[in-house]
Design a protein around this ligand. Structure first.
Ligand SMILES: [Fe+2]
Length: 343
């Protein structure tokens, strides 16, 4: 073991905790990124166990959603519902969020300016339409089921400004990728209609299922991701969100679907399935209520107290974001302001 690695050995307990939880970085965690352990199948073992436990929890939570939604989620990896809210309610919600004034975090990906507000329950107390949406039992049950954790998601309002007048930065969202090694869900309620002008979401239906071809691909990727220093191909990603090429998708028998959808469409997707943000071919906006529910994939049980667990996750995540603000702003990766979303 090289000397610089030995001096970091005090971090071993942390690396092991990450290994047994949702840690995914091949670069920052030498256990997850160990070539020999992955040669022996460590990554593939994590993938298989996480998927087995996910399916086990889904089975126990089946009563939360209608059978048609369960079938769609298991078959395609997503549930899509157009006209999710009654039209008048949707209009009120859209107006409320278009005119919302609060703390906005802003980052640049490619030439896209991404503005996000973390909508904690305290923030939602001041936005009654948003609160009504978050408490909608149809949404609540669907996300609690799809996450397999029985926990409400974290809510954000996300406003994308495509082709904004910014200095471009690398854009990881445009490459077809899986978010991580285990099933987890993200959800979007589209407040704007989505088409090729403002960059539709692209998802590969069925790619969240664990077949032999996917497992072989995961194994190959895990060995590739262990490469160090010069051996690392430039432009690849080492954070455990594996990128997939169009050719690899075809070889695995997959074809992407582009989600050009009207406003008021709800999409809940398992982002272990391959996906990306589609190109926007005009200066435009795309505003969504964005939800995410990620949890320890190796915890076999789900929470029996969804509301309290949701609040606890919100509390922790709020503090994580606050802690990240300083370094991100110092590095010029993020800006924060209080005001309205750019439209
Ligand atoms: Fe992603």
């Amino acid at each position: 073991m090289p000397a610089h690695r030995l001096t970091k050995l005090w971090k071993l307990p942390l690396w092991l905790v990450e290994l047994l939880a949702w840690g995914k970085s091949f670069k920052n965690n030498p256990v997850i990124g160990s070539y020999w352990l992955n040669r022996c199948g460590l990554h593939v073992l994590r993938v298989v166990i996480a998927h087995g436990l996910f399916r086990f929890r889904l089975l126990l939570l089946a009563a939360l959603v209608p059978a048609a939604d369960r079938r769609a989620f298991l078959r395609d990896g997503y549930v899509l519902k157009e006209n999710f809210l009654p039209p008048e309610q949707f209009q009120r919600l859209r107006d409320e969020l278009l005119h919302y004034e609060g703390e906005v975090r802003e980052t640049v990906e490619g030439t896209t300016l991404t503005q996000r507000t973390f909508m904690t329950h305290e923030v939602r107390n001041g936005t009654p339409q948003m609160a009504a949406f978050a408490n909608d039992p149809r949404l609540d049950h669907l996300v609690r089921y799809c996450s397999s954790k029985n926990r409400p998601p974290l809510f954000y309002v996300e406003n994308l400004c495509n082709h904004a007048n910014v200095t471009p930065r690398p854009d990881p969202q445009r490459d077809m990728h899986a978010d991580t090694f285990h099933p987890c869900v993200k959800g979007w309620l589209y407040l704007d209609p989505v088409d090729d002008r403002n960059g539709p979401f692209v998802y590969v239906p069925g790619s969240q299922r664990l077949g032999w071809a996917r497992l072989k691909w995961e194994y190959r990727q895990s060995l590739e991701a262990c490469k160090k220093g010069e051996a690392r191909a430039p432009g690849r990603y080492w954070d455990g969100s594996f990128r997939v090429s169009a050719q690899e998708l075809t070889e695995m028998g997959f074809a992407p679907r582009v989600f050009r959808v009207p406003a008021n469409t709800l999409l809940v997707a398992n982002v272990y399935g391959f996906h990306r943000r589609g190109e926007a071919n005009a200066a435009s906006h795309r505003m969504t209520i964005w939800m995410q529910a990620r949890d320890n994939p190796f915890n076999p049980i789900f929470t029996p107290i969804p509301r309290a667990a949701g609040r606890a996750f919100e509390w922790v995540w709020e503090r994580v974001l606050r802690r990240l603000d300083g370094p991100r702003e110092l590095a010029g990766e993020q800006r924060r302001f209080t005001g309205r979303f750019s439209r």
